[in-house]
Design a protein. Structure first.
Length: 255
């Protein structure tokens, strides 16, 4: 492994750990993520977004990316999946507190009601990201998940649970990012009012990499229980997104 000039042995160890995570990721164990992906751009990249994570959806894909957004951001989305009345809604807010610290929150809602059977899921997430070094960002979040089922307008089952995510983003070379995400680290269980426990989200681990070529675009790759490959083309500089990226030299680069 070639480590860029000026890197410490600890950085080499970090890269080795990231590559080890790829080798031992759930791709080898068939543990699929049970969460619905969010963010139009991330979905458009085929889910290969964990090393990019430079918009409000970073709270889902990799909370470490929040610190690179660099400005307040509010997003809201609504989808009626396949016109079936199965709704997906998301509202996210990002707030930088300093050049090294950013906090964010989002609310996700999913559900349906066909006048007989109804199901609702709500997830409220709070997260933060810290710029540990110019080339190393870390982030984490905590989520409150609630679920309820109704029949003929009457609630028949409801429950709630807590979950935790964590992530890293680093830059071993200019315009090249590596990401590591642990989603629902211990598994997110929902305990019902009747005392029953259901595993809502199984632990999911992702290794990711992305490379950006100015005036051309970004290629990205994620692996968890499957491979995700994405390509984003930037035909003109004015169409490029604005934000900072981890830097090898200690100065912030723009992506």
């Amino acid at each position: 492994m070639i480590v860029p000039c000026g890197r410490s042995p600890r950085f080499a160890a970090l890269l080795a750990a990231l590559l080890a995570a790829l080798a031992t990721s759930p791709a080898a164990h068939g543990m699929p993520s049970s969460q619905v992906p969010v963010g139009a751009r991330a979905i458009g990249m085929g889910g290969a977004f964990s090393a990019i994570a430079d918009d409000a959806s970073a709270l889902f894909w990799n909370p470490a990316g929040l610190v690179g957004i660099g400005h307040q951001e509010f997003t809201i989305s609504h989808a009626d999946l396949y016109g079936t009345g199965n709704h997906d809604d998301l509202a996210s807010f990002v707030l930088p507190l300093s050049p090294r610290l950013t906090v964010a929150t989002d609310w996700y809602h999913s559900g349906f009601d066909d006048d007989e059977l109804g199901f609702t899921e709500n997830r409220l997430t709070y997260g933060a990201a810290l710029k540990v070094r110019p080339w190393l960002w870390a982030g984490a979040n905590a989520k409150l998940l609630t679920r309820s089922t109704s029949l003929d307008g009457l609630s028949i089952l409801s429950g709630r649970g807590l979950g935790l995510d964590a992530g890293l983003i680093t830059s071993p070379a200019d315009r090249w990012r590596l990401g590591l995400v642990a989603q629902d680290i211990t598994g997110t269980d929902v305990r019902s009012s009747a005392g029953e426990v259901e595993n809502a989200y199984a632990p999911n681990f992702r290794f990711a990499t992305a490379y950006t070529q100015p005036r051309i675009g970004t290629a990205a790759f994620d692996v968890d229980d499957r491979w995700h490959v994405g390509l984003e083309v930037t035909p003109h500089p004015s169409l490029a997104r604005s934000g900072s990226a981890p830097s090898r030299t200690g100065t912030e680069s723009k992506t």
